[in-house]
Design a binder for this molecule. Structure first.
Ligand code: SF4
Length: 211
């Protein structure tokens, strides 16, 4: 596997927000979102075996583990790693861009899946077939950069009945839209979704790594 970093912090974006969490950040992404804050993951990294990653995670003595990137589903061994971490008694989350097949992951993994909004520039890459594989424990995330993104997210949620099927997360692209405005739009529409700030960016600096 190609790994950019493994570190312990608090979970910053999901229904697990605020909990201590070990992050395994893989290297490489096949998207280029306009507001990406993780370009440092696009190249470099260190080659590690699944066994080495598991042993490194164990050293942190924390039973919440998130696989993230970059795009973790690009790693051929990611399913094996997820299963090993589940077998060890961890709660395992994976954050994926939503353009790669999520169906092969261990059923115990909580999948936090983006649906890319238009302003990301990657909306055409959304793999709509993934929606059929979602479970109630999974979370679908929309990152909003403007009003048009919000309307796209709202209409997508309604069209696919996502409010009844999964947890929905609404985030803002950091610095591109007023958080207050997005919250007001959600309240006006009665959207059954969880608004979230990227809390790690408020605790540490916006582009800090390893936090
Ligand atoms: S999917 Fe994530 S890592 Fe990849 S370009 Fe988009 S924001 Fe960046």
């Amino acid at each position: 596997m190609r790994i950019t970093e493994i570190y312990k912090s608090i979970q910053g974006e999901s229904s697990f927000t605020g909990l201590p969490c070990v992050f395994v950040r893989t290297t490489g992404c096949d998207l280029r979102c306009s507001w990406c804050d993780s370009e440092f993951t696009f190249s470099g990294g260190t080659a590690m075996t699944v066994e080495e990653v598991v042993r490194r995670v164990e050293q942190f003595r924390c039973d919440l583990v998130e696989l993230t990137g970059g795009e973790p589903l690009l790693q051929p061994d990611i399913n094996e790693l997820a299963t090993r971490l589940c077998d060890a008694g961890n709660t395992v989350l994976i954050e994926t861009g939503g353009h790669r097949d999520i169906s092969k992951l261990d059923a115990r993994v909580v999948r936090i899946m983006d649906l890319k909004c238009p302003a990301s520039g990657e909306c055409e890459r959304n793999l709509w077939g993934n929606l059929a594989h979602l479970r109630p424990t999974d979370e679908v995330k929309f990152v909003i950069a403007n009003r048009a993104d919000y309307e796209w997210a709202r209409d997508t949620i309604k069209r696919h009945c996502l409010e009844e099927r999964v947890k929905i997360l609404i985030s803002t692209a950091y610095g591109l839209v007023h958080t207050k405005e997005v919250v007001e739009w959600m309240l006006e529409d009665g959207l059954r979704a969880r608004f979230q700030l990227q809390s790690h960016k408020y605790i540490w600096r916006p582009n800090a790594r390893g936090v």
